[in-house]
Design a binder for this molecule. Structure first.
Ligand code: NI
Length: 251
Protein backbone atom coordinates (compact mmCIF):
# COMPACT_ATOMS: atom_id res chain seq x y z
CA UNK A 1 0.00 0.00 0.00
CA UNK A 2 1.32 3.43 -0.87
CA UNK A 3 0.25 6.07 1.65
CA UNK A 4 0.18 8.73 -1.06
CA UNK A 5 -2.28 6.69 -3.13
CA UNK A 6 -4.51 5.84 -0.16
CA UNK A 7 -7.39 7.70 1.51
CA UNK A 8 -7.52 8.46 5.22
CA UNK A 9 -10.23 5.83 5.83
CA UNK A 10 -7.92 3.27 4.18
CA UNK A 11 -5.07 4.28 6.49
CA UNK A 12 -7.41 4.13 9.48
CA UNK A 13 -8.40 0.59 8.46
CA UNK A 14 -4.74 -0.32 7.93
CA UNK A 15 -3.92 0.86 11.47
CA UNK A 16 -6.41 -1.63 12.87
CA UNK A 17 -4.29 -4.41 11.26
CA UNK A 18 -0.75 -3.02 11.45
CA UNK A 19 1.07 -0.20 13.24
CA UNK A 20 4.12 -0.39 10.98
CA UNK A 21 5.14 1.98 8.20
CA UNK A 22 8.19 2.16 5.91
CA UNK A 23 9.70 5.56 5.04
CA UNK A 24 12.13 5.62 2.09
CA UNK A 25 14.74 8.28 2.88
CA UNK A 26 17.57 9.59 0.72
CA UNK A 27 19.19 12.64 -0.77
CA UNK A 28 19.14 14.84 -3.85
CA UNK A 29 22.80 15.21 -4.82
CA UNK A 30 25.25 14.83 -7.68
CA UNK A 31 26.10 11.27 -8.63
CA UNK A 32 29.01 11.73 -11.02
CA UNK A 33 28.83 12.36 -14.77
CA UNK A 34 26.24 9.62 -15.47
CA UNK A 35 24.25 9.29 -12.21
CA UNK A 36 20.91 11.02 -11.67
CA UNK A 37 20.66 13.68 -8.95
CA UNK A 38 17.79 11.70 -7.43
CA UNK A 39 19.74 8.43 -7.21
CA UNK A 40 19.89 8.26 -3.40
CA UNK A 41 16.16 8.80 -2.85
CA UNK A 42 15.14 6.84 -5.93
CA UNK A 43 16.93 3.63 -4.86
CA UNK A 44 15.11 3.14 -1.52
CA UNK A 45 11.84 4.29 -3.13
CA UNK A 46 12.22 1.82 -6.04
CA UNK A 47 12.99 -1.04 -3.63
CA UNK A 48 10.16 -0.13 -1.24
CA UNK A 49 7.62 0.33 -4.04
CA UNK A 50 8.69 -3.00 -5.52
CA UNK A 51 8.31 -4.67 -2.08
CA UNK A 52 4.86 -3.14 -1.49
CA UNK A 53 3.52 -5.23 -4.36
CA UNK A 54 3.25 -8.09 -1.86
CA UNK A 55 0.35 -6.17 -0.31
CA UNK A 56 1.58 -6.25 3.28
CA UNK A 57 3.73 -3.14 3.56
CA UNK A 58 2.58 0.45 3.95
CA UNK A 59 5.02 2.84 2.29
CA UNK A 60 5.09 6.52 3.31
CA UNK A 61 6.10 9.32 0.94
CA UNK A 62 9.83 9.49 0.25
CA UNK A 63 11.95 11.84 2.36
CA UNK A 64 13.93 12.99 -0.65
CA UNK A 65 16.36 15.69 0.56
CA UNK A 66 19.04 14.74 3.06
CA UNK A 67 22.38 15.75 4.53
CA UNK A 68 24.51 16.35 1.45
CA UNK A 69 26.50 19.49 2.23
CA UNK A 70 29.68 17.96 0.75
CA UNK A 71 28.02 17.73 -2.69
CA UNK A 72 27.03 21.42 -2.87
CA UNK A 73 29.99 22.17 -5.16
CA UNK A 74 28.00 20.45 -7.94
CA UNK A 75 24.93 22.09 -9.54
CA UNK A 76 21.57 20.54 -8.66
CA UNK A 77 22.58 19.20 -5.25
CA UNK A 78 20.27 20.25 -2.41
CA UNK A 79 21.10 19.73 1.27
CA UNK A 80 19.49 20.02 4.66
CA UNK A 81 21.90 20.91 7.47
CA UNK A 82 21.97 18.15 10.12
CA UNK A 83 19.89 20.11 12.64
CA UNK A 84 17.18 20.84 10.02
CA UNK A 85 17.07 17.20 9.00
CA UNK A 86 16.82 16.05 12.62
CA UNK A 87 13.87 18.43 13.14
CA UNK A 88 12.16 17.25 9.94
CA UNK A 89 12.56 13.54 10.77
CA UNK A 90 11.18 14.29 14.22
CA UNK A 91 8.11 16.03 12.75
CA UNK A 92 7.46 13.21 10.25
CA UNK A 93 7.80 10.61 12.98
CA UNK A 94 5.65 12.43 15.52
CA UNK A 95 2.93 12.93 12.87
CA UNK A 96 2.87 9.20 12.12
CA UNK A 97 3.03 8.28 15.82
CA UNK A 98 0.08 10.57 16.57
CA UNK A 99 -2.08 8.37 14.30
CA UNK A 100 -0.97 5.25 16.16
CA UNK A 101 2.03 4.05 14.16
CA UNK A 102 4.44 2.37 16.58
CA UNK A 103 7.07 0.83 14.29
CA UNK A 104 8.68 3.21 11.83
CA UNK A 105 11.24 1.70 9.47
CA UNK A 106 13.49 4.07 7.51
CA UNK A 107 14.97 2.55 4.35
CA UNK A 108 17.93 4.79 3.59
CA UNK A 109 19.78 5.42 0.33
CA UNK A 110 22.55 7.83 1.38
CA UNK A 111 25.50 7.04 3.64
CA UNK A 112 25.82 10.73 4.52
CA UNK A 113 22.40 10.59 6.21
CA UNK A 114 23.28 7.86 8.71
CA UNK A 115 24.74 9.95 11.55
CA UNK A 116 21.90 12.49 11.28
CA UNK A 117 19.13 9.87 11.22
CA UNK A 118 20.67 8.17 14.26
CA UNK A 119 20.83 11.55 16.03
CA UNK A 120 17.16 12.16 15.16
CA UNK A 121 16.26 8.77 16.66
CA UNK A 122 18.10 9.75 19.86
CA UNK A 123 16.15 13.03 20.02
CA UNK A 124 12.83 11.24 19.49
CA UNK A 125 13.59 8.53 22.05
CA UNK A 126 14.79 11.19 24.52
CA UNK A 127 11.50 13.05 24.15
CA UNK A 128 9.56 9.83 24.84
CA UNK A 129 11.73 9.15 27.89
CA UNK A 130 11.32 12.64 29.35
CA UNK A 131 7.56 12.45 28.90
CA UNK A 132 7.38 8.93 30.33
CA UNK A 133 5.58 7.56 27.26
CA UNK A 134 4.62 3.86 27.36
CA UNK A 135 6.71 1.10 25.78
CA UNK A 136 6.13 -0.23 22.28
CA UNK A 137 7.42 2.58 20.07
CA UNK A 138 10.40 1.66 17.88
CA UNK A 139 12.40 3.21 15.07
CA UNK A 140 14.70 1.35 12.71
CA UNK A 141 17.27 2.48 10.16
CA UNK A 142 18.46 0.21 7.37
CA UNK A 143 20.60 1.15 4.38
CA UNK A 144 19.25 -0.65 1.29
CA UNK A 145 22.66 -2.14 0.48
CA UNK A 146 22.70 -3.79 3.91
CA UNK A 147 19.53 -5.81 3.28
CA UNK A 148 20.30 -9.54 3.40
CA UNK A 149 22.62 -10.70 0.60
CA UNK A 150 22.69 -7.37 -1.26
CA UNK A 151 26.33 -6.42 -0.52
CA UNK A 152 27.45 -9.88 -1.68
CA UNK A 153 25.40 -9.62 -4.88
CA UNK A 154 26.83 -6.15 -5.63
CA UNK A 155 30.39 -7.45 -5.01
CA UNK A 156 29.74 -10.33 -7.42
CA UNK A 157 28.23 -8.08 -10.09
CA UNK A 158 30.96 -5.44 -9.74
CA UNK A 159 34.13 -7.07 -8.38
CA UNK A 160 36.20 -3.94 -9.07
CA UNK A 161 35.32 -0.27 -9.30
CA UNK A 162 32.23 -0.49 -7.08
CA UNK A 163 33.46 2.39 -4.94
CA UNK A 164 31.39 4.35 -2.44
CA UNK A 165 29.72 7.15 -4.38
CA UNK A 166 28.06 7.05 -7.81
CA UNK A 167 28.43 3.28 -7.57
CA UNK A 168 27.45 1.00 -10.45
CA UNK A 169 24.93 -0.77 -8.17
CA UNK A 170 22.91 2.36 -7.30
CA UNK A 171 23.07 3.60 -10.89
CA UNK A 172 21.94 0.15 -12.15
CA UNK A 173 18.86 0.40 -9.89
CA UNK A 174 17.87 3.77 -11.38
CA UNK A 175 18.53 2.44 -14.92
CA UNK A 176 16.17 -0.46 -14.23
CA UNK A 177 13.40 1.85 -12.96
CA UNK A 178 13.95 4.77 -15.35
CA UNK A 179 15.33 3.34 -18.62
CA UNK A 180 14.42 6.57 -20.41
CA UNK A 181 16.91 8.47 -18.21
CA UNK A 182 20.04 6.36 -18.81
CA UNK A 183 23.05 8.64 -19.36
CA UNK A 184 26.45 8.11 -20.94
CA UNK A 185 29.64 10.14 -20.56
CA UNK A 186 33.37 9.84 -21.14
CA UNK A 187 35.17 9.96 -17.84
CA UNK A 188 38.70 9.35 -16.62
CA UNK A 189 40.27 7.68 -14.79
CA UNK A 190 38.06 4.62 -15.21
CA UNK A 191 38.05 4.05 -11.44
CA UNK A 192 37.72 7.29 -9.46
CA UNK A 193 39.98 8.20 -6.52
CA UNK A 194 39.02 7.55 -2.90
CA UNK A 195 39.62 9.58 0.25
CA UNK A 196 37.94 11.53 3.01
CA UNK A 197 34.69 13.51 2.92
CA UNK A 198 34.89 17.08 4.25
CA UNK A 199 33.30 20.29 2.96
CA UNK A 200 32.04 21.03 -0.55
CA UNK A 201 35.10 22.81 -2.02
CA UNK A 202 37.45 20.11 -0.71
CA UNK A 203 35.14 17.40 -2.10
CA UNK A 204 35.07 18.88 -5.60
CA UNK A 205 38.87 19.33 -5.61
CA UNK A 206 39.44 15.69 -4.59
CA UNK A 207 36.70 14.17 -6.77
CA UNK A 208 36.43 16.49 -9.80
CA UNK A 209 33.64 14.59 -11.59
CA UNK A 210 31.84 13.64 -8.37
CA UNK A 211 32.61 9.90 -8.29
CA UNK A 212 34.36 8.24 -5.34
CA UNK A 213 36.18 4.98 -6.07
CA UNK A 214 33.62 3.94 -8.67
CA UNK A 215 33.32 2.98 -12.33
CA UNK A 216 29.58 3.49 -12.90
CA UNK A 217 29.80 2.52 -16.59
CA UNK A 218 29.44 -1.11 -15.47
CA UNK A 219 25.79 -0.50 -14.53
CA UNK A 220 22.97 -2.04 -16.57
CA UNK A 221 19.18 -2.20 -16.13
CA UNK A 222 19.40 -6.02 -15.93
CA UNK A 223 21.85 -5.86 -13.02
CA UNK A 224 19.60 -3.27 -11.38
CA UNK A 225 16.61 -5.60 -11.70
CA UNK A 226 18.58 -8.33 -9.90
CA UNK A 227 19.53 -6.02 -7.03
CA UNK A 228 15.98 -4.67 -6.65
CA UNK A 229 14.44 -8.16 -6.57
CA UNK A 230 16.81 -9.37 -3.84
CA UNK A 231 16.55 -6.15 -1.79
CA UNK A 232 12.73 -6.08 -2.00
CA UNK A 233 12.55 -9.68 -0.76
CA UNK A 234 14.86 -8.84 2.15
CA UNK A 235 12.85 -5.71 2.96
CA UNK A 236 9.57 -7.62 3.23
CA UNK A 237 11.20 -10.15 5.60
CA UNK A 238 12.90 -7.49 7.74
CA UNK A 239 9.81 -5.32 8.07
CA UNK A 240 7.72 -8.35 8.99
CA UNK A 241 10.22 -9.25 11.75
CA UNK A 242 10.29 -5.63 12.96
CA UNK A 243 6.48 -5.40 12.97
CA UNK A 244 6.09 -8.56 15.03
CA UNK A 245 9.05 -7.94 17.39
CA UNK A 246 7.44 -8.24 20.84
CA UNK A 247 7.40 -5.29 23.22
CA UNK A 248 9.38 -6.37 26.31
CA UNK A 249 7.33 -7.18 29.37
CA UNK A 250 7.84 -5.01 32.43
CA UNK A 251 9.81 -6.83 35.08
NI1 NI B 1 24.38 7.43 -3.76
Amino acid sequence: MLLAKSTWPEIEAHLARSKTVVVPIGSNEQHGPTGLLGTDWMCPEIIAHSAHADGELLIAPTFAVGMAQHHLGFPGSISLRPTTMIAAIRDWTVSLAAHGFERIYFLNGHGGNVATIEAAFSEIYAEASYLGRPRGFALKLRNWWELPGVLRLCANLFPEGHGSHATPSEIAITQYAYPDAIKAANYAPRIAPTGPIREAADFRARYPDGRMGSDPGQASPEKGAEIVALAAKGLVEEVRAFATEPTPARS
